[in-house]
Design a protein around this ligand. Structure first.
Ligand code: CDP
Length: 208
């Protein structure tokens, strides 16, 4: 399957802190695919400040290297600018090009399976209970010196999810043909194994 000419896109969507990033990185490493964390694009646009549409149009690789992009504040700023159609439009081309790169690609975000790559070979919609997502994100932020309580993290995720689901432009929702993966009761290894199996199944179909 590897080698020149191989195009294969895995779209991974879902609400905040459901495990998309962890699964995406593991899947990309397993298959040797490239990985694009599209949330980072919106976080970088929000963090740049100024006119969001101009920030999106002028986004540069260095903007994605900022150390503060994973904070809760950057997440909130991201979900505000992500509701603007001009911001989303400015980022479409880059994401689509990445998706069709040679050697395969995994993109994780909110609208990969619905808007960016409706033709992706594999689409996963990753979820977990609100409480479990808040617990995981709280642990992650606390390890980096975060000061929010678990309850504050939960409120933050819920506010962001509501904004992401209710916006008009590319709202968060599963593609009709997405495989739903609820990770509430799954270990990381078990969730990754399910994702890998779904991809192997699709690859086998492609060879038939
Ligand atoms: O890591 P986490 O799931 O908390 O968030 P993220 O994936 O980094 O995304 C941050 C914010 O960017 C989300 O709350 C969305 O508002 C926005 N986003 C989006 O609108 N579309 C995407 N494809 C990815 C992120």
């Amino acid at each position: 399957m590897k080698g020149s000419g191989m195009r294969f896109t895995v779209a991974i969507d879902g609400p905040a802190a459901a495990g998309k990033g962890t699964i995406s990185r593991a899947v990309a490493a397993h298959f040797g695919f490239g990985h694009l964390d599209t949330g980072l694009l919106y976080r970088a646009v929000g963090a740049k400040g100024g006119d969001p549409a101009a920030a999106a149009a002028g986004l540069e690789p260095a903007d994605l290297e900022r150390g503060d992009l994973r904070s809760a504040e950057a997440g909130q700023a991201a979900s505000r600018v992500a509701a603007l159609p001009e911001v989303r439009a400015a980022l479409v081309e880059f994401q689509r090009r990445f998706a069709r790169r040679e050697g395969g690609a995994v993109l994780d975000g909110r609208d990969i399976g619905t808007v960016i790559c409706p033709e992706a070979e594999v689409k996963l919609f990753v979820t977990a209970s609100d409480e479990e997502r808040a617990r995981r994100r709280w642990l992650e932020l606390a390890a980096k010196g975060g000061v929010q309580s678990e309850a504050e993290v939960l409120a933050d995720l819920r506010e962001r999810d509501r904004r992401d689901r209710e916006r008009e432009a590319a709202p968060l929702r599963p593609a009709p043909d997405a495989l739903l993966l609820d990770t509430t009761e799954l270990t990381i290894d078990a969730a990754v194994a399910k994702a890998i199996k779904a991809i192997e199944l699709r690859q086998a179909q492609g060879r038939e």
